[in-house]
Design a protein around this ligand. Structure first.
Ligand SMILES: [Zn+2]
Length: 158
């Protein structure tokens, strides 16, 4: 796989539902919520690598160490997912004495960025009442978030 670094203008970046502050290079976007590795992999399995990737070094105070942490953000249409690199690591000489190994002493952490959506499925009548888009189809589902109003749709193919 080839990755190409492409600079985009800030105005070309999509507005992610629920993000109230993207922050500077040293700020975690807000709001954010720590999620479990299982939750992260569930979303990653559904959404993949995201439309835009972003790297930041955020000042993060978790009560243990107020220091800069590397994060990689996968930006999707409806949220962001951040992976925070482990902070504590050391080098050691492997048992065979060749070279060095990096040993991480803590685990990566995962965060969901933006609205913690609470979607409900609506029908044509609800769409007309509320001015929402509606796509009909046998397996088509139209959804709206009760918190931020993000409208989505998906084809369940069932
Ligand atoms: Zn929402």
């Amino acid at each position: 796989m080839i990755h190409e670094l492409t600079m985009i203008d800030a105005q070309d970046f999509p507005k992610i539902p629920g993000i109230t502050n993207y922050g500077s290079h040293n700020d975690m976007p807000e709001p954010f919520k720590e999620i479990t590795p299982d939750e992260f992999w569930h979303y990653f399995g559904i959404y993949g690598t995201g439309r835009f990737d972003e790297f930041k070094q955020v000042k993060f105070d978790d009560g243990q160490a107020n220091m800069y942490r590397n994060i990689h953000i996968l930006w999707y249409q409806s949220c962001g997912m951040a992976i925070m690199s482990p902070v504590h690591w050391r080098c050691r000489r492997p048992d065979d004495g060749e070279g060095y190994q990096i040993i991480y002493e803590d685990q990566p952490r995962f965060f969901r960025l933006g609205c913690d959506h609470d979607y409900f499925e609506y029908d044509r009548e609800y769409a007309n009442e509320h001015g929402l888009p509606y796509t009909s189809g046998r397996c088509y589902h139209n959804t709206v978030c009760t918190k931020c109003g993000h409208v989505g749709s998906y084809d369940s193919s069932d």
